[in-house]
Design a protein around this ligand. Structure first.
Ligand SMILES: Nc1ncnc2c1ncn2[C@@H]1O[C@H](COP(=O)(O)OP(=O)(O)OP(=O)(O)O)[C@@H](O)[C@H]1O
Ligand SMILES: Nc1ncnc2c1ncn2[C@@H]1O[C@H](COP(=O)(O)OP(=O)(O)OP(=O)(O)O)[C@@H](O)[C@H]1O
Ligand SMILES: [Mg+2]
Ligand SMILES: [Mg+2]
Lengths: 258, 258
């Protein structure tokens, strides 16, 4: 019975894709079977894993055309890590005026089907709180919010919390699902005074909901993505890798007690 | 007759808002009347100018409910710089299944109405190639693409160029409109080897379409946004300010010859 986690933040460029790919890879390298579902029409997670995006074999086909996950999933160069690639058709979903609850539930069920042997499913979401992110939140047990510790972080967090409350009430299901697994400070630049100030401001409101680990800004991160190799495989000892390994440990510890 | 420029890139966090606000402020400080139109439901440009977003007085009201620009525009602390604020209702536009050409043309006309005394209109677009960006591209004479010189930049540029061709053919209007004013490398980090490599790769394909200036990564940038003060007012001599002043000069030079 997989634990599924949505990586979510409508603010752009805060490290959603980096977190989805790196966390999935760290969990896989720790021996856990992982599936990364790319729900962003731009397919950055797909590219970052060295896979081809586009074409007709992706998350859209599973969601909307009910093609079995097992048929469309790809293995990756990392053992235990599979990918359900994105393609540009996902944009059609984002662009609907409404998403009927019945359709939404069908799409979620399609996403979750055939994952019995998977231990973790991670959803990489686009920079919006549109239908794709909402589907991810309905399908997921939990969500993680990467933030950049800049001037827009607190604002974005507030919008997310409001949206989650609305979603939980509307879904009529378990009021605690999806649960906030944690807020993750990413690409943290110690040389920017502002980063620490925003970090403290976020702590004031969200202290116990923040992961202990902070991911440092690290030149190796975009290099790995350019090579299409997940960070922990590309450079097992980089500062960012060590931090993502710690994040995986925090996630696993939580599952151990859950 | 204003020159209108859309600041566009579906990739998140590449400096669209920073460029829209900083360029508008630099042009305003150079004596040109500028209007910044915030088309992002997240309203970051509005916040970065120290204004309140949300409420019922914003770009959505102008676009969709035909309220006059002059009624809803706000002055800012910078002389010559006005703001048409964003509000969350903009999300409704993004979420339509289709955008009828007739509606699109009405919205564009609404945006352009009442700007006779304005010399530059800048549109801050959200991280998507959805209806909001498309409206901006139809309303604008030109567009600027900020990029982050990372692993996803070339991919995003390719998608933008394809979309622009589709848009120009479909609009049936001037085939050269909107014209690409330039690709702008932002938040450039010289300490990341990858940045220069990607810069060179972008040059190979887009050399003459790149602005000469490169905006350096600079701790002052997010500080100014946090204080709600545009960069050139917040710190007139910072490296990023000097670069955005150069960008304004390149833009003005182009208008001089246009
Ligand atoms: N710890 C880090 N150190 C250095 N660079 C980083 C780090 N984390 C992410 N980056 C880089 O920052 C850029 C944006 O990150 P990423 O694409 O993961 O964000 P995102 O939230 O998924 O963006 P989008 O909103 O467009 O989906 C990428 O080039 C990525 O390689
Ligand atoms: N030259 C720079 N130096 C340092 N930080 C910068 C620079 N330019 C932008 N930033 C910071 O990077 C973050 C992202 O920039 P910005 O919000 O302008 O990008 P965006 O493309 O508008 O994002 P979105 O896709 O979410 O709209 C902000 O915190 C901003 O202050
Ligand atoms: Mg992403
Ligand atoms: Mg922005």
């Amino acid at each position: 019975m997989p634990r599924s986690i949505a990586i979510l933040n409508q603010k752009g460029g805060v490290g959603k894709t980096t977190t989805a790919v790196s966390l999935a890879a760290c969990l896989a390298l720790a021996g856990r079977k992982c599936l990364l579902v790319d729900l962003d029409p731009q397919g950055n997670a797909t590219t970052a894993l060295g896979a081809r995006k586009g074409g007709s074999a992706g998350s859209y086909e599973v969601l909307v055309h009910s093609r079995p996950v097992r048929e469309l999933v790809q293995s990756t160069a990392t053992p235990n890590l599979e990918l359900l690639a994105a393609d540009a058709s996902l944009q059609e979903l984002e662009r609907r005026a409404t998403l009927e609850p019945a359709d939404r539930d069908t799409y979620c069920a399609n996403l979750q089907d055939g994952n019995a042997s998977i231990e973790f499913v991670l959803f990489d979401c686009p920079p919006s709180l549109g239908w794709l992110s909402i589907i991810a939140l309905h399908a997921a047990d939990a969500f993680v919010v990467p933030i950049q510790c800049d001037s827009f972080s607190l604002d974005a967090l507030e919008s997310i919390m409001l949206s989650i409350n609305t979603l939980r009430e509307a879904s009529g299901g378990d009021r605690n699902r999806p649960s906030l697994r944690g807020i993750l400070c990413t690409m943290f630049d110690e040389s920017f005074n502002l980063s620490s100030r925003v970090y403290q401001d976020v702590r004031k409101q969200y202290a116990e909901r923040m992961f202990r680990v902070v991911i440092p800004r690290d030149p190796v991160v975009p290099e790995a993505a350019l090579r299409g190799i997940p960070l922990p495989s590309y450079d097992p000892t980089s500062r960012a890798t060590v931090a993502y390994v710690r994040l995986a440990r925090e996630v696993l510890l939580h599952e151990g007690t859950a």
